[in-house]
Design a binder for this molecule. Structure first.
Ligand code: MSP
Length: 477
């Protein structure tokens, strides 16, 4: 079976933060699990490189948008590597292939595109258009970016979003297009109830030149969002490539809560206009705050993923953001909770279970593992949790098993069995512990691939291969 999964493509106006990293990691879990289950996977990520925001930043730095985008895009690629993200593709919206295919898409959408005059407001920080009412509510200043909205009065192209709202709504209601979680689905439904207007999809070239020209009109540039959404099919080679034919529609698209409207209304409408199927699932994650406050450069609490990964490793990072940030809501990163989770759950609970098991087999059986029978735990809950993108719940399940194993060891007391000189019984008990750990490793693989591999390497060959050092070394506070 084919499985296609995407993340949103971050703007490259600044370096990646922990919110970007969390999204990468979530998608990676689903991609790895799909591969484990034998699916043929395309997992795509990328970078969103056009638009006024990036042009502005490049100008500030005295460089060209292309050079700036090259440099910044590379930092996202590097983060993916560092976190062991297993993406198969990384699309840049400045790739020639994307640009060419985006023009083809525009042409295919032309039946629903018309020229008109746009009068309204724009915030380059959001790369989004705002209505008179929204701007009034905020007193003329964009609350996300602390800058005045730009008044716009210009000729633009429009896309007939209104024509498709009923169809998209029906697809959501019928479950053909599932939005997870329910709260976000409800949010988007109320948006549909208010009705959606047609949207502006281009800007005059003399105002925005850093983008893809509208085919057949050298004076207009495609609106960055309209063009960026197309990445999900240009990366597969829309319209003619075999990958596109085989892998679209996406199984899961992952985005953050601030960009639902683009993914649950505009993108599906574009797909319907192209006569393509809608993605099966749109999973919407929440926002991460840092030490209880919105993360921002001006508050001085911008957290680069490297600050965590360099000290604690990729797997500890992955673990924290998947288990301790709620999968269905907003969450908070604080060093205190991170370090507590690291020490208690990774170093003590998981690390000790592995360490004790390996050490006892070394001590009592010269490293020789007895007959390992397959573990018989019920993993239905774990699987259901993953299908529902409840990463936190899935890890709770794994941890119930880790704790269960530690309790088993405490109750069985293999050291007592050794004293009582019951080698057969001891061998069975130790082999049971190994089978449990091997299953834990398998369940952990999508979440913590390095750790899973290390655990398997210790136990898989019939004799213990001790780990060099410790799985999760403790740090002094
Ligand atoms: N370029 C657009 C996406 C285009 S997709 C066709 C964009 N980029 S972004 O860099 O602003 O955001 C990228 C992703 O990061 C989004 O899913 C967004 O929700 C997510 N996050 C941004 N800040 C975040 C947090 N503080 N916490 C968690 N995720 C956050 O939007």
């Amino acid at each position: 079976m084919k499985y296609y999964i995407t993340t949103s493509i971050p703007y490259v106006n600044g370096p990646p933060h922990i919110g970007h990293a969390m999204e990468f990691v979530m998608a990676d879990v689903l991609a790895r699990q799909a591969r484990q289950q034998g699916e043929t996977v395309i997992f795509s990520m990328g970078s969103d490189e056009h638009g006024g925001k990036i042009a502005e930043k490049a100008a500030e730095q005295g460089t060209t948008p292309q050079e700036f985008a090259d440099k910044m895009s590379a930092t996202f690629v590097a983060l993916g590597r560092k976190l062991n993200i297993s993406n198969d593709r990384f699309i840049r919206t400045t790739d020639t292939a994307h640009e060419q295919r985006a023009k083809l898409i525009w042409k295919a959408l032309e039946k629903d595109i018309y020229k008109g005059q746009y009068i309204g407001w724009y915030c380059t920080g959001d790369e989004a258009f705002f209505t008179e009412t929204e701007v009034k509510e905020n007193g003329g200043i964009c609350p996300n970016h602390n800058r005045p909205y730009d008044k716009i009065e210009e000729d633009n192209y429009f896309f007939k979003l209104s024509k498709y709202t009923e169809k998209v709504r029906t697809a959501i209601e019928s479950g053909a297009f599932t939005i997870i979680p329910e709260t976000k689905r409800n949010e988007i439904m109320s948006l549909f109830n208010e009705g959606l207007d047609d949207i502006s999809i281009s800007r005059p070239k003399d105002k925005i030149s850093w983008g893809i020209p509208v085919p057949g009109d050298a004076h207009q540039t495609m609106y960055v969002w309209f063009e960026a959404l197309m990445n999900y099919i240009t990366v597969l080679g829309y319209p003619e490539h075999e990958d596109f034919k085989q892998f679209w529609p996406a199984n899961v698209q992952i985005v953050g809560k601030d960009i639902i409207r683009f993914h649950a209304a505009i993108w599906p409408a574009m797909l319907l206009s192209l006569e393509l199927e809608l993605p099966k699932v749109l999973y919407v994650h929440g926002f991460i705050n840092v030490e209880g406050r919105k993360m921002s450069k001006s508050l001085g609490n911008f957290l680069a993923p490297d600050d965590i990964i360099d000290k604690y490793g990729a797997d500890a990072f992955r673990y924290f953001f998947l288990r301790h940030i709620p999968s269905y809501g907003d969450g908070d990163f604080s060093w205190a909770t991170f370090e507590a989770a690291y020490n208690n759950e990774l170093a003590n609970e998981l690390g000790n279970a592995v360490q004790r098991t390996a050490a006892m087999i070394m001590k009592y059986q010269d490293g020789v593992i007895g007959e390992v029978l397959p573990s018989e735990h019920d993993i239905a809950q774990y699987q259901q949790a993953l299908t529902a993108c409840k990463f936190d719940r899935a890890l709770d399940e794994v941890w119930a098993q880790v704790r269960g194993l530690n309790q088993y060891i405490d109750v069985e007391k293999p050291w007592m069995i050794a004293k009582q000189d019951e080698p057969d019984h001891l061998r069975e008990v130790l082999a049971y512990m190994v089978s449990d750990l091997l299953e834990i490793a398998e369940l952990l693989e999508p979440f913590m691939p390095e750790t899973a591999e290390k655990i398997e390497a210790v136990f898989r060959d019939g004799t213990i291969k001790p780990i060099e050092g410790t799985l999760f070394p403790k740090f002094e506070a």
